[in-house]
Design a binder for this molecule. Structure first.
Ligand SMILES: Cn1cc(Br)cc1C(=O)Nc1[nH]nc2c1CN(C(=O)N[C@H](CN1CCCC1)c1ccccc1)C21CC1
Length: 347
């Protein structure tokens, strides 16, 4: 087992497990060169079996998705038996647990979170991706109360663009759109909007619009599209829920219409900004300086290496130094294990 972790252990000190799912587990870790906290998603290739393509899908998608409300991928390490995804750490855990702990959220808090979800989904849809598994378990809260979207194993980027239809039935039943469970061909983007309706309902009520222990009954409820409307729901939120939980996908609201929807802009006044705050085209000069000095190479050499975006330890060091800079911490790399001078034995 040791050799499986040797590559990871060179740059990371692995801490406790924060989540374990079917074929993967997630551990908190420290990135030794910067001291930054990260999350490492560890998957055993043998245990993955036929699910291995999902991991490749997730990795390829995350390499193209750079957004402040999408969990960032820093590095990928593949050994003979394991795949390690080094990802952004969110200390607030899952939105799901946050809602459960509070029973339900106020309209104001629901709006703050929902705007962040709209921002991430609008960014994805405008890049031609559909998430297809939107639910509170896949939204993490970071240390600044920002939501970060995770789990892109089911996301799709139809070859023919967003107008192309998808066929694979996937995602979690309670959040699945009627056309998806009807087995019809469907648009990933339209299915995402339905899931956002289920999400908004869960934020505002603390329970699901369609729920049943019997999967057949659950499907019938979803296809009927009828849900309870507790008296604490405002008229505006009822209107928005109705536009999202439209059984006919062609009549369902699109994410572009959501950006300046009256419920979305209530009390805030401005539409949702979906463009990414992360820009990838220009490398940050301070970070390049620190890295080129630390590795004793010219800035040009370091820039050329970084622009390959290999998602190796250089990519991780770049992103984590940049995160330090934006958080106002010093842009400094510590000596890592392999570049540490060997301990001199005290004579
Ligand atoms: C729960 N929790 C409590 C604290 Br404090 C921090 C966390 C926490 O999970 N933090 C965290 N930061 N970054 C991540 C996580 C969890 N995490 C995850 O990717 N978590 C998902 C959660 N999915 C939701 C539905 C099924 C599984 C996961 C996927 C596979 C195996 C285990 C967990 C990442 C790596 C992106």
């Amino acid at each position: 087992v040791v050799e499986e972790y040797s590559e990871v252990a060179r740059h990371y000190r692995i801490k406790e497990t924060v989540g374990s799912g079917g074929f993967a587990k997630v551990k908190r870790a420290v990135h030794l060169p910067t001291g930054e906290i990260v999350a490492i998603k560890i998957m055993d290739k043998a245990a993955l079996g036929s699910d291995l393509p999902r991991v490749k899908t997730e990795i390829e998608a995350m390499k193209n998705l750079h957004h402040h409300h999408i969990c960032r991928l820093y590095q990928v390490i593949e050994t003979s038996r394991k795949i390690f995804m080094i990802l952004e750490y969110c200390s607030g855990g899952e939105l799901f647990d946050y809602i459960v702990q509070r029973d339900r959220l106020s309209e104001g808090e629901s709006r703050t979170f929902f705007r962040q979800i709209v921002s991430a989904v609008a960014y994805m849809h405008n890049l031609g991706y559909a998430h297809r598994d939107l639910k509170p378990e896949n939204l993490l809260i970071d240390d600044e109360q920002n939501l970060k979207l995770i789990d892109f194993g089911l996301c799709a980027k139809p070859k023919g663009g967003m107008s192309d239809h998808l066929y694979t039935c996937c995602g979690s039943p309670a959040y699945a759109a009627p056309e998806l469970i009807a087995g019809k061909s469907y648009m990933g983007s339209e299915a995402d909007l339905w899931s956002m309706g289920v999400l908004l309902y869960a934020l505002l009520n603390g329970f699901l619009p369609f729920d049943d222990d019997n999967i057949g009954m659950l499907y019938r409820k979803i296809k009927a599209g009828k849900y309870d409307t507790p008296d604490w729901l405002s008229p505006d939120s009822l209107i928005l829920l109705k536009q999202l939980l439209q059984v006919d996908p062609k009549r369902r609201i699109t994410v572009d219409k959501l950006l300046n929807h009256s419920w979305i802009t209530n009390d805030i006044g401005v539409p949702v900004e979906w463009h990414s705050k992360h820009q990838m085209s220009v490398l940050d000069e301070d970070v390049v300086t620190e890295m080129s000095v630390h590795r004793k190479v010219s800035r040009e050499t370091m820039k050329a290496e970084l622009e390959k975006w290999n998602y190796d330890y250089l990519t991780a060091a770049y992103f984590l130094l940049l995160k330090k800079k934006t958080s106002g911490r010093p842009v400094r790399l510590q000596m890592t294990l392999d570049s540490q001078p060997h301990p001199v034995v005290a004579v």
